[in-house]
Ligand binder design. Structure first.
Ligand SMILES: [Zn+2]
Ligand SMILES: [Zn+2]
Length: 143
C-alpha cells in the first residue's frame, strides 16, 4: 500500500503548494523512503545534492505539507518527530532494538469504531512497539 504519484510538481500544485525545487526534492525523498525520516535524516540525505538547503527549510517545508494535508507527523517517542507522506489508513511499528519504523497494513473496515460515533476525529495514530522480524532473526542466530 503506497500512494501513487505520477508527477510530484503537479501533486504539490493540486494541493496549493508552489512546487519549488527544494519542496519537490523533500517530497520525493519522503515518497521513496520507507524509513519515516526525521528532519535530520531528510536534511542529511539531501544536503549534498542541494547545498543551499537548511534544516529550517526542511522543517518549514514539512509543516507546509502537513498544513496542506499531504504529510503527517508520527510521534512514537516524545523526542523524535518523524514524517510520512503515505496518507492511506495505516499503522506504524517501531522496533525497540534497531529503531526502525515500519508501516503496518490495517483494514479500517474490520476495526470497530462505534465508541467514537459521536466524536469528531481530527487525527488518528496507531502505534505498535516491539522487536522487528530482522532483529528477531539476528537474536536467533546468536543463540
Ligand atoms: Zn529491529
Ligand atoms: Zn507510514
Amino acid at each position: 500500500m503506497k500512494v501513487h504519484i505520477e508527477n510530484i510538481g503537479d501533486y504539490l500544485k493540486k494541493h496549493e503548494i508552489k512546487p519549488s525545487y527544494q519542496r519537490i526534492k523533500v517530497f520525493e525523498y519522503l515518497l521513496n523512503t520507507k524509513e519515516h525520516p526525521t528532519v535530520d535524516d531528510i536534511y542529511r540525505a539531501l544536503v549534498d545534492e542541494i547545498p543551499t538547503l537548511s534544516k529550517t527549510t526542511v522543517y518549514n517545508t514539512l509543516n507546509l505539507f502537513i498544513e496542506k494535508q499531504i504529510a503527517v507527523v508520527i510521534v512514537i517517542e516524545e523526542n523524535e518527530t518523524r514524517y510520512d507522506v503515505e496518507m492511506n489508513f495505516h499503522g506504524h511499528f517501531k522496533c525497540e532494538k534497531c529503531g526502525k519504523v515500519s508501516d503496518v497494513d490495517i483494514d479500517p473496515e474490520v476495526i470497530n469504531f462505534d465508541s467514537l460515533n459521536e466524536f469528531q476525529i481530527n487525527e488518528h495514530h496507531l502505534y505498535f512497539k516491539g522487536i522487528c522480524k530482522d532483529c528477531l532473526e539476528k537474536e536467533k542466530i546468536k543463540n
